[in-house]
Design a protein around this ligand. Sequence first.
Ligand code: CO
Length: 461
Amino acid sequence: MNKQVHITEVVLRDANQSQIATRMPRSDFEGILETMDQAGYYSMEVWGGATFDSCLRYLDEDPWERLRFIRSKVKNTKLQMLLRGQNILGYKHYSDDTVRAFVRKSIENGIDIIRIFDALNDPMNMATAIDECLKAGGHAQGTICYTISPIHTFENYVELGRKLESMGCNSICIKDMAGIMSPKVCYDLVSALTKNVSIPIYVHSHSTTGLAQMTLLKAVEAGAAGIDTAISIFSGGTSHPSTESTVYALEEMGYDTGVDLKVCQKINDHFKPVQARFLKEGGLNPSVLTTKIDALNYQIPGGMLSNLISQLTAVNKLDQLDAVLQETPRVRKDMGYPPLVTPMSQMVGVQAVTNVLLGERYKSISKEVKSYCRGEYGAPPAPISEDLMKKALGDEKPFEGRYDDTIEPEFPAAKAYLGALAQSDEDVLSYIAFPQQAEAYLRSREEKKALKVSYTIREAE
Ligand code: CO
């Protein structure tokens, strides 16, 4: 029998997020969901990450309603979401009661698999979400964020993999958010993990540097259970290798993906005009479609590089870019080599720019970096440099123990504050995650409802 390889289609979440800033409204995909359900994907990543924020902030959509709608049309394929562990979908640490309620409600509303990650690869920051996911009957996928640094060795990744397995995870994802994992490293890493843990390994990469297609193939050859791809019209560049070409190549090599390329064609035909509209209206910048090898040269994600450039451009100091690119790895080292993923990439980047522009290292330190030094983001991969600790905290002692245990439950206060505005626990969770956006959304929903009522009354008269 042919070896099976699971394909996760990510067009609705990560491709949407990576190429068009998560601006795809439900109307762009509602008509194709039933067809997608017939494609034979192992799972579809459709929710979490930035989709939640974007629904409330830009699309005037209730993210929970979006999920329920997708579930009503996708009856066979597993639905998957991305969750930032203790940060759920936001950028700060939330209380355990919030994390548990969010995970439970995600599963109740239709999610099967939750990919749980932490920017620092700190298992403690994933523990509550994993525990609740398992209790609620979900598939908990623990995540290893892939990054390159002197302390991110195979031994450390394998140790994290073992830890995630011991915490009860059903599978592990190696998440290469910057697209910098080479085919050889991927082969060796997947091999090392499959030798040392017994749960399946999944690999997620981005096409940004052009390595991903080769990297995914080596992942499969090394025994990965599954990989993430995007339907071709939304593939490549900052997105992912294309579903159809990956399936084509794997099937020819004797792997069984279960994916029907004829159905993929229908799905691709559906998304072609959607992509064309984003391209025409400026929501899709053609520069995200090309291969950029900067991340390999500077070992920083492409998104972070463009942020650094725009920060320097804003203050008319683009001539300092080289200095900033040299300062960035130094700051990262001082901070204990955090993986450069949200929110660490922003914290490291802003600090490097500040250090260069002020002409003195750590003369000014952001509130976030101070919190990080205090231990509020969890354990850094390596110790923070003594110099940075002293400049950030002075005589203050860093936090000992688990910071999250000190956060008061958030749900009761949020529920009381919203009153009748919240019609469900989901509404309360939206508010806890994104207070301003959710409140604005809930108020406009009330107003629309009031309008509809008065219209109905006039009709009746
Ligand atoms: Co990604």
